[in-house]
Write a protein that binds this ligand. Structure first.
Ligand SMILES: [Zn+2]
Length: 294
């Protein structure tokens, strides 16, 4: 796409980085059937989010360090998986993951979907995933601390899984999916599904070609970053417009949004941004402002 050459203006964040919609696949409870099938899951080449229940011995498995280096996200599912917490059990899981795997924890998933974690997460994380199914739209009012998610029924077929992605695509929204484990395992996973059904489903999602399949922290940063920039304050000076935003608490560094304009020059920290011929400028969220001048 050619660089916009019209009048300076029309500053707009591109939904879902230019994809039609988004899907995040999450795995809870550090279950052994996830560990046993990790190589098959990783071969799908989609960044997943693994929510570790750190009080389980499976959370010490070396597979999680590999998952991290393979580009997956390790998230917090608390230490003890209680429906009640003062925050201490959540913090114990963060401490475990951060000290053991040398990564920062940005998101959590509420054990049993318990609402107590909505408040706990608000002061600690970017996102808390709940368990009620719904879609998440650009700039909508979905609570990031009770983020919806789809849990497939036991033995769900590829077709049943595909429908959840198709409906997200049709609505141009984001869906998160929660799989606890796979059929045939000995981990007592909640509502396990067949590994092959899941693999075939993810391949179908990839083959659509226009769905953003990525971890909760990656899609979630874009979603929350877009909301921040969409509510930026504007100021004008000498024909230039500056958009200034605040990032939410517990926001990961080094994140970007794709934006477009009708024309003009975009600058951050005085440096002009380069037009990407795929159809966007990349705005660094950390800079907290961008200026559009004629
Ligand atoms: Zn769980």
């Amino acid at each position: 796409m050619a660089k916009p050459s019209g009048a300076a203006g029309g500053f707009r964040v591109i939904n879902w980085a230019g994809f039609t919609g988004a899907v995040s696949y999450t795995f809870d409870d550090s279950n052994s059937s996830q560990i046993q099938n990790y190589d098959t899951l990783n071969a799908l080449d989609v960044p997943f989010t693994f929510y570790l229940q750190t009080g389980k011995s499976e959370s010490t498995n070396s597979v999680w360090q590999r998952a991290l280096s393979d580009g997956h996200e390790l998230g917090n599912h608390t230490k003890s998986h209680s429906s009640n917490d003062s925050g201490a059990d959540t913090d114990a899981a963060t401490q475990f993951i951060e000290s053991r795997f040398g990564t920062k924890v940005w998101t959590m998933a509420a054990p049993n979907g318990s609402s107590v974690y909505t408040g706990i997460a608000r002061t600690r994380f970017l996102i808390n995933r709940g368990v009620a199914n719904n879609l998440i739209g650009p700039n909508d009012s979905t609570d990031p601390f009770t983020l919806p998610c789809y849990i497939p029924p036991t033995g769900a077929s590829t077709t049943v899984l595909d429908q959840q992605v198709t409906s997200a695509r049709d609505a141009k929204k984001w869906r998160t999916v929660l799989v606890h484990g796979f059929t045939g395992g000995s981990d007592g996973a909640y509502q396990p599904i067949g590994l092959q059904a899941f693999v075939d489903h993810v391949k179908h999602s990839k083959a659509l070609g226009d769905m953003w399949l990525d971890s909760v922290v990656n899609v979630g940063s874009y979603w929350r970053g877009q909301k921040a920039v969409s509510s930026a304050t504007t100021s004008t000076s000498g024909g230039a417009t500056t958009y200034t935003w605040q990032l939410p608490a517990n926001f990961p560094p080094g994140k970007y949004l794709r934006v477009t304009v009708t024309g003009g020059t975009l600058k951050q920290n005085g440096v002009p941004l380069n037009w990407d011929p795929h159809g966007y400028y990349e705005v660094a969220l950390d800079a907290k402002s961008v200026t559009l001048s004629p």
